[in-house]
Write a protein that binds this ligand. Sequence first.
Ligand code: 5RP
Length: 222
Amino acid sequence: MDPSLQDRQKATVGRYAAKFVEDGMSVGLGTGSTVEWTVLALAERGLSLTCVATSVSTQRLAIENGLDVVTPGEVGRLDVAIDGADEVDPDFNLTKGGGGALAREKIVASMTDRFVVVVDGTKRRPHLGVFPLPVEVLEFGADIVAVRLRDLGASDVTRRLVSSDNGNPILDAAFGRIDDPPGLAVALQAIPGIVEHGIFPGDMVERVVAAQGDDVVELVRG
Ligand code: 5RP
């Protein structure tokens, strides 16, 4: 895709998703170049919001633009959370964590019944797995988790040079086509040493706001 179209799409869907937020709400703020536009659009509207940020970079952007940011425990539940994704399949399953924020992103997504995902036109795929699956691990277990990921079918596992905001290593596991994302999620959760993995099963998602050319399509689950 033409990079300028992709950038335009990120801005369009990111800004569009701000419409799901009303004054007084508690809002989960995702991480990445798409949801940055949501943060800016929310700030422009001058709403009084209580936000939980999924990364240090999102927290900084939100505070710089006048939004209030609290910890998950201070707010408990969220009225809505908005985040990007690296891949979305037709059953709303997601791959996330390209920006390394998957653990905080999953905590925040789990705090709401209204998880809204914003994606440019390159992210909708017939199957997950083209994008290597990010897996956050404990340093102590990083090498043995890599072996377990290969046992589960990953053809390659690479360690990122940069740690997560939580100080943990992130592995990228090349599974190729993933036929059963919820099943793989369960198998990954059973591996000791994995802090979090980047499969977000479709039942976490309320809707996907996706770019198509210069238009926006809303895909609502259920
Ligand atoms: C960060 C993420 C992002 O949401 C994902 O990588 C998409 O990013 P972008 O909006 O920049 O394409 O999961 O951990």
